[in-house]
Write a protein of this length. Sequence first.
Length: 488
Amino acid sequence: MYMQPSHRANSLWLQSQQFKSSASYRLLTAQPWAVAFVRSEFTADKPRVAMELFHASLDSFLKLARTSDEQIPQTYSAQDFAESWVKQGILTRPLIDGRFVYEPSAQTLRTLRFLADFSTDDSHLNSSRLNTLLSSLESLAHETDPDPQARIRALESQIALRQAQIDELRTGDDPAVLSRATALSATRSVLDLASSLPADFRRMRDGVQEMLYSLREDILDASTAKGVAIGQVLEADRQLRSTSEGETFRGFTEFLNSPDAQQRFRAALSEVLERDFVDDLDTPERQILTNLLRELRRQAAEVHTSYGKLSESLHAFVQSEDYQQAQLLRHAVRNAETAIMKSVTLKPRSGLAPLELFAPQFMTLAGLGIFDPSEHVAPPPLAAAPQYSVSDIVRTPATPEADMSFLREAVTEQLDASPHEQVPLDTLFHVLPETHRHLNTVRALIEIGRTNGESMSETQTMTLAFRQVDGSERTAILPALTFTKEPL
């Protein structure tokens, strides 16, 4: 859907306002010494630090930093700075294995990754990433293709390519391998890809813990209805699982449940670690690569542990709420009975029923309206139900779906036939067969044009006339769009 520039500016302005209240903004606008300390204290191979060690390390750093920076407050201790970072959302302080630790929040992890990329001059565009991009794009095109014959041809092409490689290896010649620099670059691309996963797991875990804290507050709040609180927790969990972090966690959970996938991952990782080019990696990079699967399993286990605590709290909430409601009900009934007994305004009730149960207002027997059965007149019989046959069943007419393959071929044919290698959308629409000139075809042609990178004019318009299923003529006024042939 096209968005006016002013609307887009307003949307981006709102996003900027939200960013100013985020932990990422607070970290980026913090004093340089604070950013430097956080970056040095938390690394990929050291994702968390015990609370006592963190305070000691920050205290020694502050003693050294205050000798060269007079703007650091002298009255603030290491504990004070750490507490302020936790309140700002830059750090979190969870209880892990019975002790408190400090670790970066999910937004801080992404900000640290941005700062790491910003502070290096290395290019992220290398042959390894281009090959990964090409493979992912080809896989996406293959897995979304509804034509079985096209998918068969693609698989046969891959089989032929693999067979040619096998025949070449059987000749006895040494296979071509990546150069040391290229292999090193590819390894770092893998590490860079893996570095984005901890932030997703951290946000997933934090989301579950927020639900857990909210539920525990509801347990202590007697005014919250049990059904409402559980419904809120389930809805929050559904929304959390539908985010990109939830999709990442779900995919990794499926990976953990597949012994074959884990075996392939371990085998490939072991073979990579045995290669010579691994010696050129830094020591932290080799440690990250060695402990990659173990670290991902640990982070996933923390998310599962949070879900386990959430389940336990849900069970406790249901049990404690039932008991609490019963206690409140019994207490209310006792208070009501006591108030009734002590009330002086209530009259004593008699145990006898009143003598006048009713008092009819009539003077004669005719007023009673006595029914005489001999005066009953039977109603006329109902008309026979209508009889329907198969010919009476009529399907409601509907606009047919657009034939995407036919329309793509029509675009290609018109571009090949055009001397200017450009075809306006309205010209293409008018040369289509009458059965294809309907509303869904207009939508499909716009989708094909935008997918091919064509832009819609903001000043010029075009008019398309099409026929609806009821036979009436309709006219659509659209921004001008022109198909352009891609250069060879």
